[in-house]
Each structure stands twice: as C-alpha cells, then as structure tokens.
Design a protein around this ligand. Sequence first.
Ligand SMILES: *[C@@H]1O[C@H](CO)[C@@H](O)[C@H](O)[C@H]1NC(C)=O
Ligand SMILES: *[C@@H]1O[C@H](CO)[C@@H](O)[C@H](O)[C@H]1NC(C)=O
Ligand SMILES: *[C@@H]1O[C@H](CO)[C@@H](O)[C@H](O)[C@H]1NC(C)=O
Ligand SMILES: *[C@@H]1O[C@H](CO)[C@@H](O)[C@H](O)[C@H]1NC(C)=O
Ligand SMILES: *[C@@H]1O[C@H](CO)[C@@H](O)[C@H](O)[C@H]1NC(C)=O
Ligand SMILES: *[C@@H]1O[C@H](CO)[C@@H](O)[C@H](O)[C@H]1NC(C)=O
Ligand SMILES: *[C@@H]1O[C@H](CO)[C@@H](O)[C@H](O)[C@H]1NC(C)=O
Ligand SMILES: *[C@@H]1O[C@H](CO)[C@@H](O)[C@H](O)[C@H]1NC(C)=O
Ligand SMILES: *[C@@H]1O[C@H](CO)[C@@H](O)[C@H](O)[C@H]1NC(C)=O
Length: 532
Amino acid sequence: MAKPPTIYFILLLAASCFFSVEAISNVTRRRKSFYIKGIAYQPQGTQILGTVTDTSSDNPFLEPDTFTDPLADGAGCTRDLPFLQELTVNTVRVYSVNASLDHDSCMSTFSSAGIYAIIDLALPLNGSIDTSSPSWGTNILDQYLETIHVFSKYDNVLAFNVGNEVILTGQTAVAAYIKAAARDIKAYLNSIGSSALVGYASIDGDSTFRDPVANYLSCDPSNTNSGSTSIDLYGLNNYEWCGASSFEASYAGVEADFAGYNVAAYFSEFGCITSPPRLWTEVAALFSSQMSDVWSGGVAFSYFPATSSQGQFGMVNISSDGTTVTTSADFTRLQAQYNVTSPPTTPSKGSSSPTYPSCPGQNSSFAASSSLPPTPNLAACQCLESTFGCHFNPPISNYSGLIGPLINTACGGSCNDIGGNGTTGVYGRLSGCDPTIQLSFTMNEYYELNGMNPESCSFGGNGTVNPLGASGTAAAMAAETSCVSSPSATFVPTLPSTFATASSGSGSSSSGSTSAKNGAAPLIARDHLLDY
Ligand SMILES: *[C@@H]1O[C@H](CO)[C@@H](O)[C@H](O)[C@H]1NC(C)=O
Ligand SMILES: *[C@@H]1O[C@H](CO)[C@@H](O)[C@H](O)[C@H]1NC(C)=O
Ligand SMILES: *[C@@H]1O[C@H](CO)[C@@H](O)[C@H](O)[C@H]1NC(C)=O
Ligand SMILES: *[C@@H]1O[C@H](CO)[C@@H](O)[C@H](O)[C@H]1NC(C)=O
Ligand SMILES: *[C@@H]1O[C@H](CO)[C@@H](O)[C@H](O)[C@H]1NC(C)=O
Ligand SMILES: *[C@@H]1O[C@H](CO)[C@@H](O)[C@H](O)[C@H]1NC(C)=O
Ligand SMILES: *[C@@H]1O[C@H](CO)[C@@H](O)[C@H](O)[C@H]1NC(C)=O
Ligand SMILES: *[C@@H]1O[C@H](CO)[C@@H](O)[C@H](O)[C@H]1NC(C)=O
Ligand SMILES: *[C@@H]1O[C@H](CO)[C@@H](O)[C@H](O)[C@H]1NC(C)=O
C-alpha cells in the first residue's frame, strides 16, 4: 500500500489454463477471459532517513527508503515457487527492481510455472514522481527505460506500472505528470516491439476523486480517439471488503462506477486491513460474473511480511538464513479461496478495440490539466549544461539533499524555467531536465544577474565558474534557445547510450529468450482491452 512498497504479485489465466510445463503460454489477442490472480511479492523496505514520517488514513504504510529486489534473488524465487503454486496464482506484482542486477533466474523460474510479473518502475526516494513537488524529467525517465530494457527480454512481463499511489485526494495536479510518463513509456515500448502494458496503481478514495483520476489516465486530450497518452491497465488498490461482506455491501459501488471504463482494470492490491482475521471471501466476489465484466481480477497483499500501524499483512515468514518458508493461517485461508475460485469462462463482453474519450474537466476535486509535460529531452539538457558560465559542482557525493535549498537560494522566487504546473498545464523549458542541471541553470542565472562576479558563483563552495560557458545574458539566452528549440515537444524516448553500452555485456550473457516480444501481454492486449 505504501509508495513504493514491497509487493509481489501473481496473475491467473482462465480456469481451463494450466501451466505445468516448460514455456509460458503465448496467448493470442483473440483469447477471451484473462484474469489476474495475483499476489504482491516484495520484502518490505525500511526507513533509514525517516523522511516521510506521516501516514494518511488512505495509506497507513510508511514510505520505505530502501528496497530489496525480489526478482534478483534466484534462490528465493525457487524457494517460493511451491508456495505460489499452492496459492494457484498466475501473477506477482513487484514494487521496485534494480536494473543493474541479474533477473534471469527468477523470471525463468516463474515463466516456466506460468506466472507473470507486473513490475512497478519507481524506486524509493528520488526514483519516483513526487506527489507534492512533481516533475517528469530525464532522471526518472532514464531509470524507467533502463528497467524496461533489462526486462524486455523476458516473456512473462505483463505490465510496467509508471506509478503507485502518486495521485492523492487534494493533490491531483500530479496526474498530468503520470499521464506524460505513461505516454513516453508507451512510445518506448512500441519502439522496441514490446507489447507489455503500461499501468498505474491508484489509491482508493471517494468516487469524486477516484473516478476522474481513472478517466483522466485513459482519456485522449486531443479528442481524436487516440490512445497515445492512455494507460493500458488501471489498477485500484482496494481494501473495501472485510470479513464476510457481500458484493452489495463492498463492491457494488466500484463496479457501477467503472461499468463503462475503456481500458482493462484490476485490483492492484486487495485484502482487508482494518479487521483481522482476513477471510478472503472477496476472492469469490471478485471473480464472479457480477464483477468480471469490469474487473480482470486482482493482487492479494502481500506474500512477504508487511507491517503498518494497522497490523501485519504478510502471509509467510522467511527464516533468517533465507531457506525456509513458514505459512500463516492468512495464507491458508487465501489459498483455500483462490484454489476453489475460477474466473467466469463465458465472456460477458465482446472483443472490441477500446475508445478513448475526452478528458474530464477540472473542478474543485480534480485539478489536472489535459496539457501534459513534454518528453524529457536529455540531449537538450546536456547541450544547455555545457553553456552555463556557472554550474553546480558539489564538494560531496551525497549531494541530493543540497539541491532543493540551493535552488531556492539561486532562483530567489521565480523558478518558471525549471518548474511546471499540472493545473495550468504550463511547463518551463527546463522542466524535464535532471535536478542537477536545473540547479546549474538557476546558479548561472544568478551569476549572470550579478555581473558574472566569481563570488556570485560560489554558493558556499557548491558552484564553480565554467570558463568555456556562454558569456553574458544575451549569449546565455541564445544558447538556451538553440539547445531547447522545441520546449513542448513530445517524441519517442531512447535508452541513454551510457546504459545501453554498460549493460550490453550482462544482457547478452543471459540464457534463453532474448526476444523483445512479450508472450504475456497479449493476454490483455492493447488493441483488445477487456477482451473477456
Ligand atoms: C512464443 O512465441 C515466441 C515468438 O514467436 C516463440 O519463440 C516461442 O517459442 C513461443 N512459445 C511457445 C510456448 O509457443
Ligand atoms: C485445490 O483443491 C483441490 C480439490 O480440493 C485439490 O485436489 C488440489 O490439490 C488443490 N490445489 C492446490 C494447489 O492446493
Ligand atoms: C543496484 O545494485 C547495485 C549492485 O549491487 C548497487 O550498487 C546499486 O546501489 C543498486 N541500486 C539501487 C537503486 O539500489
Ligand atoms: C468534478 O468532476 C468529476 C467528474 O470529472 C466529478 O465526479 C466530481 O464530482 C466533480 N467534483 C465536483 C466538486 O464537482
Ligand atoms: C511471522 O513472524 C511474526 C513475528 O515474529 C510472528 O508474529 C508471526 O506469527 C509469524 N508468522 C508465521 C506464519 O510464522
Ligand atoms: C553526507 O555524508 C556525510 C558523511 O556521511 C554526512 O556527514 C553528511 O551529513 C551528508 N550530507 C548530506 C547532505 O546528506
Ligand atoms: C531526494 O530525496 C531526498 C530524501 O527525501 C531529498 O532530501 C532530496 O531533496 C531529494 N533530491 C532531489 C534532487 O529531489
Ligand atoms: C499552479 O497553478 C494554480 C492555478 O494558477 C495555482 O493555484 C497553484 O498554486 C499552482 N501550483 C504550484 C505548485 O505553483
Ligand atoms: C553547500 O550548500 C549547502 C546548502 O545550502 C550549505 O549548507 C553548504 O554550506 C554549502 N557549501 C558546502 C561546501 O557544502
């Protein structure tokens, strides 16, 4: 439930589909009845810095500072597989992975067992789009692309999530940045021939918050029925059902609200968090015909221990030497429900291409503009950086915490060129640059305004004069215009060349499938969403 917490997930196919053998099924786009029967699969991170100490009633989990990549632990995946199979799950949801590690063992273990992965691209701390101070910049984009690059060779990636619980009640302008991320990640996936879906996992809330957020993420701002800025897969972290509830009491509202929704939707987390013990009777309801025309299954939270102020929501314990799994009564109850529950086999809707409606209007409960941030442009940002007469040159390597205070000092109020506003839909020409380049820009402006006095580039030892930089305000402005020729451009992003080179060695050493094609995503295909 936390952003980005640790979750691992499993996806389930139609009831008739069993995966006992080697290769994971390639399911064609014609296939009917695809349902996610999943579990969150990620050890809980810890809070070292304690940067976010508040939790909300929406989300009692603290945001972790650290994470452990569960898909880099081959022995762990082998250890857990029998338990995942006992649960009869077909999907794991993983909240954070490390692109520089080797995932071959886990991905192949799960693929062979017919288990798909939904992979969240965000990382703790500076690796996600920040709700209160949003940006969509080269730093996050490149992190996302690197993860997709290393996972694109696996045949069992169902979806990549561009965010989890980023858009919150009263803080909805950030949705413009999430939608820009979905647009650029989708363009990149298309460019490498991957059919993995682009997802977002939303926090639940009042329907006046939840529904416009969902509609906005799958709308078309251009009013031309284009899906280019739409997510493919909407996830709702839904904890409404507790105890022996009923469809009418817990799910009728969410079912009715999403009855006409245009892209595939599932519960990206579920499992009661307020009144233990969890009976998991919602499983039958979620996979019943009452729900299945809208909701394509869900992901139970959580395989690994996950503690919040409200309790413990893990279903197993792992021994300290990492070799032994102990299951809980919670696991047993979920297992019993999952094992006896099959999704409907009769499609309730025909197959048709999704349509992309116009975007919801802005009002007091939904603030995001349909004018989106541009695609982060690394070449333009690097071009600009080389022209600065004064730039950020920190004396310490752990400089991340210096950036915010220094920007405030240097830009002294107006930061329009580096900032942006998801409500007005106005984004500065450097809004997509890395924070260090944004900081250098503001330092350079300050330096220019102060007659290029070297003292004005000191910033307590954090700034250095660049003798090769553009000299004078006019030259700086000319450089800016020439480097950033189309500040609002959108285009297909490419993998940073440094990463492509650095990772080519380990990438090519991997065994087995290296095809960029994806065998899982056609289960819920982009052009046949909700292909029940
Ligand atoms: C799935 O499709 C890929 C690419 O066409 C192919 O290499 C692979 O053998 C297929 N897998 C199965 C299980 O048929
Ligand atoms: C599911 O239940 C059936 C019937 O009770 C049983 O035979 C089977 O072993 C169970 N499957 C798992 C994975 O526990
Ligand atoms: C990823 O793993 C590498 C190698 O262990 C490590 O140096 C790096 O810090 C990790 N990255 C993150 C974001 O945890
Ligand atoms: C804002 O618009 C959404 C639909 O886009 C609606 O659900 C919501 O109730 C509206 N909020 C207010 C306060 O009017
Ligand atoms: C897991 O460990 C916790 C903390 O030690 C304990 O409270 C819980 O009962 C254990 N669960 C299982 C299934 O062993
Ligand atoms: C950087 O690390 C040093 C040594 O660990 C520490 O004293 C300092 O507070 C850190 N600075 C920042 C800005 O985090
Ligand atoms: C990165 O995260 C740390 C801890 O939350 C924060 O202090 C710092 O300002 C962030 N850095 C940037 C560049 O956003
Ligand atoms: C964005 O613009 C709106 C409308 O002008 C304003 O109310 C809001 O404070 C601005 N947000 C930021 C973060 O500047
Ligand atoms: C760098 O900037 C930080 C934050 O403004 C300040 O505390 C520090 O004194 C500056 N100088 C050095 C050498 O870190």
